[in-house]
Write a protein that binds this ligand. Structure first.
Ligand code: ATP
Ligand code: SF4
Length: 312
């Protein structure tokens, strides 16, 4: 019989140092764009960082579009599915999504729980990520079959998983974020912290951030719940233009695509760094990296008989 810690998923994820699940209670709060930014910023965090992003929002996969990879085919190798790289031949930002498997991007996935569960298991066990520093997982809103499947299949590597919760400042989103938090507590998933997205508005003319709606609800919730507050991100029209850009083919891109490159891979990383949100997100990533290294040290101490484990 297979030992519980030796499963196809644990064997595949053995080469991944940190797994970060991005979740939100409510839909449309910017969880996928935060996941995409997290992957881009982690990749930029060091000249050698290797990052994967897995999109398990099966009914609404948006990561391929946000990374300019829509319509890219997935290749099967003898060692599993090859991720689609958002940075071409550098291959330090790999992506996998059900969006790559649909015939047309307009097609919808209408699956019951068992089929979703099987798809997630296959994503976790069959994607040939190679050595990764970080695997970011974008999930559907709420706490659904997809979340339970993730936790169940990744149980053998549970010690390396943590979560980031995304909310907007509105009361209704905060209430749903609290439900999401209670899910992480029920499943003993450590939470790296909370991000308040769409908090204020960046004026496209002068770059000033104005608080058109309420702000600060995310930070207040973090304080109340004893969670780290990772930071606020304003509504940024430059970011929307970048992440929501329709597939506009530029000269020479067809040839690059045919050779395995990606549509906007050429300049996505560079253009992202120039958005007003990028420096703010760097602050968020610095806090995340600090927490991950702190948790790593505590684990080492614990292994050597020292301090107790990181409580979720
Ligand atoms: N800080 C921001 N500034 C401007 N636009 C944003 C910001 N965050 C998200 N958006 C935009 O809001 C829309 C919804 O974002 P996104 O798809 O990331 O949300 P989601 O929570 O993942 O949604 P879903 O519930 O469908 O999974 C997208 O068009 C995205 O580009
Ligand atoms: S934030 Fe600055 S540029 Fe934007 S509307 Fe106000 S004054 Fe004008």
């Amino acid at each position: 019989m297979t030992a519980p810690e030796d499963t196809p998923v644990s064997r595949r994820l053995r080469s991944v140092k940190h797994i970060i699940i991005v979740c939100s209670g409510k839909g449309g709060v910017g969880k996928s764009s935060v996941s995409a930014q997290l992957a881009l910023s982690l990749r930029a965090s060091s000249p050698t960082a290797r990052v994967g992003i897995l999109d398990v929002d099966l009914t609404g996969p948006s990561i391929p579009r946000m990374l300019g990879l829509d319509g890219h085919p997935v290749h099967q190798s003898s060692d599993g599915w090859v991720p689609v790289y958002a940075d071409g031949s550098e291959a330090r930002l790999g992506c996998m999504s059900v969006g790559f498997l649909l015939k047309r991007k307009e097609d919808s996935v209408v699956w019951r729980g068992p089929k979703k569960n099987a798809m997630i298991r296959q994503f976790l066990s069959d994607v040939r990520w190679g050595e990764l520093d970080y695997l970011v997982i974008d999930t559907p809103p709420g706490t659904s079959d997809e979340h339970l499947s993730l936790i169940e299949h990744m149980a053998p590597v549970h010690a390396r998983i943590s979560a980031v919760i995304v909310t907007t400042p509105q009361a209704v989103a905060l209430l749903d974020a609290a439900k999401c938090l209670s899910f992480t507590r029920a499943t003993a998933l450590p939470v790296l912290g909370l991000i308040e997205n769409m908090s204020g508005y960046v004026c496209p003319c002068c770059g000033e951030i104005s608080n058109v709606f309420s702000t600060g609800g995310g930070e207040a919730m973090a304080t109340r719940e004893g969670l780290p507050f990772l930071g606020s991100l304003p509504v940024d029209t430059e970011l929307v233009t970048l992440l929501d850009a329709a597939e506009v083919e530029r000269p020479g891109e067809s040839a690059a695509l045919a050779e395995g490159g990606s549509r906007r891979s050429f300049d996505l990383l560079e253009r992202y760094q120039k958005t007003p949100t990028a420096p703010l997100f760097k602050g968020i990533v610095d806090k995340i990296l600090g927490e991950l290294s702190g948790a790593g040290e505590e684990e080492e101490e614990e292994a050597s008989g020292g301090a107790s484990s990181v409580a979720p």
